[in-house]
Design a protein around this ligand. Structure first.
Ligand SMILES: NC(=O)c1ccc[n+]([C@@H]2O[C@H](COP(=O)([O-])OP(=O)(O)OC[C@H]3O[C@@H](n4cnc5c(N)ncnc54)[C@H](O)[C@@H]3O)[C@@H](O)[C@H]2O)c1
Length: 370
């Protein structure tokens, strides 16, 4: 297949592109603006491969998108470009509305114009795969899980912008017959994750002996999905998904944030025990060896409107797409941490541009902690 991947230099997008190019042999044009979250180095293994190309462009540029799609004439558009960090959306929602809503609109219109020029069989075979999040469904109590029929109830600027884009994708199918598919996935983790999200941030802070920030009481629950499992799910949705349908993709791995941080600390302690030049260690001379990294955990003010629990029921994706996540959370975390240990050359320059400062606190939250 010949496909366009938007946001292909980001965390999930690049995992998907590596899977499509290196494992499935597809031709891929990556369209990415290269914001702070985009990094072409994530695509290094694909450079020079037959059919691989990169276009630095903003998906909100409607004319440019129309021309890019017309020139490349893809069999599918896999749309992952987005502003993706909830804390940043609280600090400043404008780029989220722009990229996630207006950008998706521009791409849908470009795809509609493209398909209008295809013959009937090619138009019917075309796919627009829109990648979204479980956050559109709102917050769960202690039990239950989101299914594809759970009503939308977004609560953050990020999730509201993603919900809007999901509705657009669905409407373009219902109204114009564009073969769109929407996937809603849970929290991803794995290699090449920009160190602003929980797992990479805590990992790098832990390696550097810095405090490990845990929001609120650490009891918020998320489902965790290894990014390479997600990439396989998206490839399956592309070829086996039904237009107009949505698929929930999750790892069947619910954990509280505190459990996640404990898993990172304990795994790092095993893979690379702390050394004395790594920040504060156990000061009692009677104790042997450095203190466990759990000692670095610091509870910090909660995120405003922090959803308590998300959980995904991936039964439809498992049944209809023949997909299943393959790694347990413990296996995925170990693989991820080993990758960060082996790839300091990738993350070190990113730490120099963003060292993990707290984002998205409102004046009232700050007062609470004074
Ligand atoms: N990371 C997760 O856990 C998660 C969970 C559920 C859903 N999602 C969704 O999956 C998709 C990918 O997420 P991610 O974690 O890889 O995000 P990311 O922030 O790592 O990457 C986003 C990519 O989009 C690009 N981009 C941003 N604005 C753009 C614009 N205007 N034009 C062109 N490119 C632009 C960035 O340069 C970057 O390469 C997003 O749509 C996100 O909402 C992510």
């Amino acid at each position: 297949m010949r496909v366009i991947v938007t946001g292909g230099a980001g965390f999930i997008g690049s995992a998907l592109v590596r899977h499509l190019v290196l494992e499935l042999g597809h031709e891929v044009l990556v369209v990415d603006k290269l914001t702070y979250a985009g990094d072409r180095r994530t695509l290094a293994p694909c450079e020079g491969r037959p059919g691989f190309a990169f276009l630095q462009a903003d998906i909100c540029d409607a004319e440019r998108m129309r021309a890019a799609l017309a020139d490349y004439a893809p069999d599918a558009v896999l749309h992952l470009a987005a502003e993706s960090h909830v804390d940043r959306s609280i600090a400043s929602a404008a780029p989220f509305i722009q990229t996630n809503v207006v950008g998706t609109f521009a791409l849908l219109e470009a795809a509609r114009a493209l398909v209008a020029g295809y013959d009937a069989p090619r138009a019917a075979a075309f796919r627009f795969l829109h990648v979204s999040t479980d956050e559109v469904f709102g917050s769960l109590g202690p039990t239950g899980a989101f299914t594809e029929s759970t009503p939308y109830d977004p609560r953050s600027p990020y999730s509201a912008s993603k919900a809007a884009s999901d509705h657009l994708a669905r409407a373009w199918h219902e109204t114009y017959g564009l073969p769109t598919i929407v996937t809603n996935c849970s929290n991803n983790y794995g290699p090449y994750h920009f160190p602003e999200k929980l797992i990479p941030l805590v990992t790098l802070n832990a390696l550097e002996g810095k405090p490990l920030p845990v929001y609120g009481d650490g009891g918020n629950v998320r489902d965790w999905l290894f990014v390479e499992d997600h990439a396989r799910a998206l490839a399956a949705a592309l070829t086996r998904g039904t237009p107009g349908r949505t698929y929930n993709i999750g790892g069947r791995a619910e954990r509280t944030n505190l459990q996640v941080v404990h898993a990172i600390c304990d795994t790092l302690d095993r893979l690379r025990p702390r050394s004395t030049n790594e920040g504060p260690t156990n000061e009692d001379p009677a104790d042997e060896g450095p203190a466990p990294r759990r000692d670095l955990i610091t509870f910090v003010p909660d995120r405003p409107g922090h959803d308590r629990r998300y959980a995904i029921d991936p039964t439809r994706a498992e049944r209809e797409l023949g997909w299943r996540s393959t790694l347990t959370f413990e296996e995925g975390i170990e693989r991820t941490l080993r990758w960060y240990l082996d790839n300091e050359a990738w993350w070190r320059p990113l730490r120099d541009t963003y060292a993990g400062e707290r984002l998205g606190l409102l004046p009232d939250n700050k007062k609470d902690t004074a």
